[in-house]
Design a protein around this ligand. Sequence first.
Ligand code: B12
Ligand code: SF4
Length: 465
Amino acid sequence: MKIDLIIAYVQRYEFGHERDFVPPITGIHLAAITPVEHEVRVFHQQIDKIEMDTDADVIAISFFSGFAIAAYNLAIEFRRRGKILIAGGPHVTYCQAEALTYFNAIVTGEAENVWPTLLQDIEHGRLQRVYAGTPCDMTSLPTPRYDLLPNRFFIKKVLQATRGCPFSCSFCTVPSLNPGFRLRPIEDVIRDASYDKFKYWWQRKIVWFWDDNLTIKRPYIRQLLKEMIPLKKWWLTQASMDIAKDPELLDLMKASGCIGVFLGIESFGVESLADANKRQNKIANYKTAVKEIRKRGIAVMAGFIAGFDHDDEQSIINMADQLMEIGIDVPFLSIMTPFRGTPIYTKLNQEGRILHDRNWNFYNGYNVAFKPQKISEHQLLQAHRALWKKSFSPLYSFKRILRGVFTLRWGAFLLSFFMNSFYGYKRMRKNYPIDMSKRKDLNKLVEPSVRTFGKNAIDYVKTYS
Ligand code: B12
Ligand code: SF4
């Protein structure tokens, strides 16, 4: 069969977001676990034009909640063209009933154990509606199909060594989406990290781990990093702040070529961290933790969330200075989003604070989909935009780049330079994150059979949990 795998996307910035540094691993991983007798292509809606008049037999779409409307619109168009439609990914896992109104079949959770069966079922004309994936044991995963990625992706070597995370932050679906903590054999990870059939040197050189929390199992990560040293790569990952208290690990990270670590710092408020159930973060240690990592020349990227119950406009805007003060190289600034399947969603829903008239486009990380505690929805949006504008102002972006000149290793400096320039340039062109309430064009559903997505999703969550 011919299969087109599509990673759906709705633009998140005013002038579109047709460029991206790094691809998702989802499409090229699904392509790799597809039995060889099938012909697969992968499209990323963020940068690719989707071929609507394709001769593919099966259209398989992956999407986050924030991109569900795009996925449903694609599904409607492909259904008109008589294609078999399959969906999977985090949104589908928690909103099955809704996804089933658009797709012939869905895969919930992890797909490795059910994807080949599903394809066989299509061939034998016995496709089921729901394929419930189970956590994959990660023991013999193939190399992602990097060959299917267009060169427009600056970095191409994305991979996973582990899945899952032992923490349970209130806004995160990882604990239920990828339960437990599982590891790939080190030799498999090294094989993928060594893949070098790329056109440009930096695509061969840079390895981006798309793990939930790579450094959790210390003996494993130490061994992996020791084996990465001879590869002479530059690599990046997500990790928890506790790594800063492990100098031996930090030294190994440096020796194995780490250039960037993403930390979920989230907030500078004690109560907000408690709301987030982020017990691993201690505000008093932020500065020292960042310093310890940067001392090795590694850039610190960090995520911050606006919209905790104790946040007000000023505390949100203040984060622009606070993150500079603790030495962050590249900030990622989001608005609290009540994703289905998270404790924060359960709480807000019980309190009647989910804004059901706001569709999934409001779940893209840059919009407000719930009633904040201390301020209005509008004030939260405005405060986030003020934070975003201040953080990526030419002055702050330049300061972060400049700070890296003397302190970061070469690869880490390039990372800081590119990312701060990328966001700083957006800021200069006034290419701000979109306010979805003003974009009727993006909110339009080709065939609006399901109007209030939120309500349908709640029905589903009741049956899922
Ligand atoms: C890596 C990652 C990123 C990367 C890459 C983004 C990307 N598009 O892939 C970066 C850092 C850029 C990122 C950004 C964002 N992310 Co993110 N990210 C992750 C993370 C940590 C791992 C995802 C991953 O690659 N897993 C490995 C691959 C192989 O697994 P997978 O994608 O889950 O696919 C498996 C199954 O889901 C299934 N499957 C998936 N799709 C399909 C489709 C079909 C047809 C089938 C059959 C099966 C199937 O099969 C796969 C194999 O088992 C997850 C957490 C998690 N554990 O899922 C969050 C996560 C996906 N991110 C999330 C969010 C919210 C975002 C942002 C919106 C955050 C923000 N505020 O900006 C942005 C969106 C940016 C964008 N342009 O897409 C949420 C999504 C929640 C939701 N319900 O939508 C997650 C779940 C984290 C959370 N908060 O709970 N993210
Ligand atoms: S530490 Fe990160 S991956 Fe783990 S539960 Fe918290 S937000 Fe999710």
